[in-house]
Design a protein around this ligand. Structure first.
Ligand code: SAM
Length: 274
């Protein structure tokens, strides 16, 4: 493995903070990310935001191929020359582009130190693929992912991500692990795909319902449902309110469990004119 400090020196970059370029320098943490990833099938690893190749170089040790996407053309040029040999033997497939626009080739796991600004959008793009994830994210974001109902952190992100897998915070990472140091703490999370402990008849209706009512998280469900039909596409909210459990309708979105939302979304799916 190439040392992160050597790669940073060779790349001659100060890091562009507009692109969230906070490079991970701590080799022990990079080793542990590799260990977390090894729990899964690492044959085809997707790395989002390869940066200076510090994590990429470690991921190549455990995979058949690393598919690395990086938006910054300056860093892509650097990676292309630094890892010329790995690219020529198809060990590294380097893509210059925006992860949010890119058509992703098949991969078995994504292991990435994400650009924090885009964490939600990237996660919502990755989770429907039902692959494992080992991701460095902002700690505050990680806390939202693992939140329990009746806490301020619980919301759309918690329920949507939890619908696709079990999420665990592996460790909290201080700013000192990076160059440049971010202003916030980070966390490494692991998502293991799993089936939820409830049944939904329509995933789309379940996810739309959750998205809709959490835009009105201070309202009781009875009002949140009526006020957000432009998002949930429920045609007759009064009919759903009649059919639904009164306790659920009198609660606020943040007080309901994912299973409560599943029950309600099944009522919506089964109502002929939903
Ligand atoms: N992998 C390196 C590491 O672990 O230190 C860099 C991680 S740094 C936190 C995030 C990386 O994502 C940066 O290299 C940045 O240029 C890249 N990036 C930012 N926005 C991106 C996007 N939309 N698509 C792909 N890469 C992006």
């Amino acid at each position: 493995m190439q040392k992160p400090r050597d790669l940073l020196r060779k790349a001659r970059t100060k890091g562009n903070q507009n692109l969230d370029q906070y490079f991970l320098m701590d080799e022990e943490i990079i080793d542990r990310i590799q260990e977390y990833a090894l729990e899964f099938d690492c044959s085809h690893i997707l790395e989002i935001g390869a940066g200076i190749g510090n994590l990429t170089s470690k991921l190549m040790e455990i995979s058949k191929v690393v598919i690395a996407i990086e938006i910054d053309p300056f860093l892509v040029d650097f990676l292309s020359s630094e890892f010329k040999e790995e690219i020529s033997r198809n060990k590294l497939h380097l893509i210059q582009g925006d992860i949010l626009e890119a058509q992703l080739p098949p991969y078995t796991v994504s292991v990435s130190n994400l650009p924090y600004e885009l964490s939600s959008k990237i996660l919502f793009k990755l989770i429907p693929n039902k692959t494992p994830l080992v991701l460095m994210v902002q700690n505050e974001f990680a806390q939202r992912l693992v939140a329990k109902h009746n806490t301020p952190e619980y919301g759309r992100l918690t329920i949507t991500a939890g619908h696709y897998g079990d999420i665990e915070i592996m460790e909290i990472i201080p700013p000192s692990a990076f160059n440049v140091r971010p202003a916030v703490e980070s966390a490494i999370i692991k998502l293991t795909p799993s089936e939820p402990n409830y049944v939904v008849e329509s995933e789309a209706i379940f996810l739309q319902l959750v998205t809709a009512v959490f835009t009105q998280r201070r309202k009781k469900m009875v009002n949140a449902l009526k006020n957000t039909t432009h998002i949930s596409h429920i045609k007759d909210p009064n009919r759903i309110i009649e059919l639904a459990d009164e306790g659920i309708m009198n609660s606020r979105p943040g007080e309901l469990t994912p299973a409560n939302f599943a029950k309600l979304s099944n009522i919506i799916s089964n109502s002929t004119d939903n």
